[in-house]
Design a protein. Structure first.
Lengths: 208, 208
DNA sequence: ACCTGAACACCGTTCAAGT
DNA sequence: ACCTGAACACCGTTCAAGT
């Protein structure tokens, strides 16, 4: 009882346990979390700003695993591609958590630093200044949407009735199975998006 | 007390009120909803499968406002574009509800019918059968991600420190303000995506 | 069939007390 | 500073009773 000689909790342990719980059930409860950490629910509130604070912590933790090292080192399109793939991979590693984490953006200094690098790379590549944010946003939107698709495939691919929707049924039969379906859609979309961005860049006319 | 002569509730009224509440607060409570409908919380359960059932109802209702009439009438790229824009507009009309609704797909016969038309149009346009689902999914993912961007703009655009991230600050200053920022990103991304899909179609070599 | 009133299990959060 | 035990307000859901 009372304060322990060595602290039982810290923010990292809390975020870890919450992520693990959410991976399994798609959600987490303060009570379950406290049980997993062998602690009273009230103990958590000495380290974290409530349940929302824990979710924010999970987001920050995941954001830090995204590889954005390509910006400034690789050509803009390769860097953008690498970032998008790593971004989605991060979500793919925690499918159960996607629904809870994807809906809101991360607020983290490290994320701002990443955007700085990305903005610099895109402007240096010749994208006009007023388009830079839009390019980054478009790619990020596609990544987030693809993460949702990974977590909860659309009605399109489940419960198809071959009698009423034969062409859809054929298309579904021809598509790769399981996880490969989402991977194919992401790869195809990312290719298209970057090809299209290339095209737009070549039309602005002020690239070096 | 007891059963009223004329029913006080129906599924449409419930979905409407829930959508209105969620628009305002980003969420809704069974108690608040029952108050808005001037009914006891328990009354709702005679019409709807709990809170999740109400959310599903909201999704179906919104899905029905999406205009997919272009498939089979317009060229595939124009139809796809019209669908994507209408899809996003539907979310844009209920910004507060996006976070709650976008995370999971709609399960509705009408949605299957739409996919049937889209799959038919894309295959007829020359897309190989195994790619059809991926094309639709890629566009849908982009729309869903763009809806999230509409509801909760990324850290990129809020709380930028010009001292530590000057290029990002410049890019943000050059971007359109408010809602126009999200619109620009969506438009740019949709253009790029469709340009890229055109490119991929021309490379498959079996288009008519 | 459709509503009310009362009850239930569960949830996140607060706070005094203890070391 | 960091944890426990107890308490609190709130939530979704169930169900017998009433017409």
């Amino acid at each position: 009882m009372g304060r322990p000689h060595t602290p039982l909790l810290d923010r990292d342990r809390i975020a870890d346990a919450a992520l693990k719980l959410t991976d399994r059930r798609g959600d987490f409860t303060i009570l379950d979390l406290s049980r997993a950490l062998k602690v009273t629910p009230a103990a958590l509130y000495h380290h974290v700003h409530g349940r929302d604070g824990i979710i924010a912590l999970m987001r920050e933790r995941m954001a830090r695993t995204v590889d954005a090292s390509g910006f400034g080192q690789l050509p803009w399109d390769q860097a953008l591609r690498q970032w998008a793939i790593s971004y989605r991979d991060t979500f793919a590693a925690h499918p159960g958590a996607i629904g809870m984490l994807a809906a809101e953006p991360v607020a983290d200094p490290a994320v701002h630093a990443l955007y700085e690098q990305a903005a610099t790379a895109l402007e240096d590549a010749g994208f006009p200044r007023h388009m830079v944010l839009a390019v980054i946003t478009a790619v990020e939107s596609f990544v987030l949407g693809s993460a949702l698709d990974l977590a909860a495939p659309p009605a399109m691919v489940t419960g198809i009735d071959a009698a009423t929707t034969p062409r859809l049924a054929q298309a579904a039969a021809a598509a790769p199975p399981g996880r490969a379906r989402a991977d194919q859609a992401f790869g195809l979309g990312l290719d298209a998006l970057i090809t299209g961005l290339h095209h737009q860049l070549s039309q602005t006319g002020d690239n070096p």
